[in-house]
Design a protein around this ligand. Structure first.
Ligand code: ATP
Ligand code: MG
Length: 255
């Protein structure tokens, strides 16, 4: 199913709540805006947030002869989305996943979705280096996976967790495309002064230390959290976040 996918990119972070799903959805939307055919696969089985972030909650995945037909975010079908959220009847439902069941589900997501021809498949992952990640790596071995983008926030705890993620990528042989520092300061909408709420430069020094490229620093911008399905690069073209997403896409498009 992944054979006609040109590029596969994983979004990883050792820590929860640092903005992986926000980065995944905005990256997918930016690529779509640039005219690419994009797929977004959410393998966060316990906290699937992609359906909400793209305002696709309640949409159904259909079972066809060839496998699962993903949900399309647009009429032109340039952004295909798959998430466990589409398979649950109620967003408050929780499935208690045991290791083997989790592994089987992630494997099915990677092998049974009819993506069709895609330029990019972005994979949003849960925090950490657990079953989902290991299964994804194992199943992506046979297809060409471009690599991983790591997301961190500037605090030391987040940096420490991302350091572990770097070790994980190196151990499992996944190339690291780069690091994104999210929540990197808050620019006051009134006076334009930047406050570094969580200290500064952690992502930069980690990138230097681990010898991975720093793809960009995303400031805290409440408007970014409210985009829900809309591309930052289109809705807020002059925002610092839009500039970062544009430059990330430029960088990965030449990688
Ligand atoms: N740059 C930003 N500016 C403002 N809000 C942000 C920014 N990045 C993320 N957020 C908000 O922070 C929250 C957490 O983001 P998100 O869900 O993307 O993190 P995550 O790493 O995917 O979390 P999890 O580990 O639970 O999957 C969301 O409410 C999101 O809207
Ligand atoms: Mg998430």
């Amino acid at each position: 199913m992944l054979e006609s996918v040109k590029h596969i990119i994983l979004i990883l972070s050792g820590k929860g709540g640092v903005g992986k799903s926000t980065v995944s959805t905005q990256l997918a939307l930016t690529l779509k805006e640039k005219g690419y055919k994009v797929g977004l696969l959410d393998i966060d089985l316990c906290g699937p947030s992609v359906p909400y972030l793209l305002q696709l909650e309640g949409k159904d995945v259909h079972q066809a002869d060839g496998g699962w037909v993903p949900v399309y975010a647009d009429e032109e079908q340039n952004l295909a989305v798959m998430s466990i959220g589409f398979l649950l009847n109620n967003r408050n439902n929780a499935i208690v996943w045991r290791g083997p069941k989790k592994t089987a589900m992630v494997k099915q997501f990677l092998t049974d979705v009819c993506w069709g021809k895609l330029d990019y498949l972005i994979i949003d992952t849960p925090p950490g280096t657990s079953d989902e990640h290991i299964t994804a790596m194992e199943n992506l071995k046979t297809v060409k996976c471009d690599g991983a983008i790591l997301v961190t926030t500037p605090q030391q705890v987040s940096i420490e967790d991302v350091r572990k993620e770097i070790t994980f990528c190196r151990k499992t042989g996944i190339p690291i495309l780069g690091l994104i520092e999210n929540m990197s300061g808050f620019v006051c909408p009134h006076c334009s002064n930047c406050t570094n709420i969580f200290s500064k430069g952690g992502g930069e020094s980690l990138a230097e230390l681990a010898k991975v490229p720093l793809l960009g620093s995303l400031p805290i911008d409440p408007r970014v959290g409210q985009l829900l399905g809309k591309a930052c690069v289109k809705e807020l073209p002059d925002s610092p976040a839009a500039k970062v997403f544009n430059s990330i896409v430029e960088k990965i498009a030449v990688t």
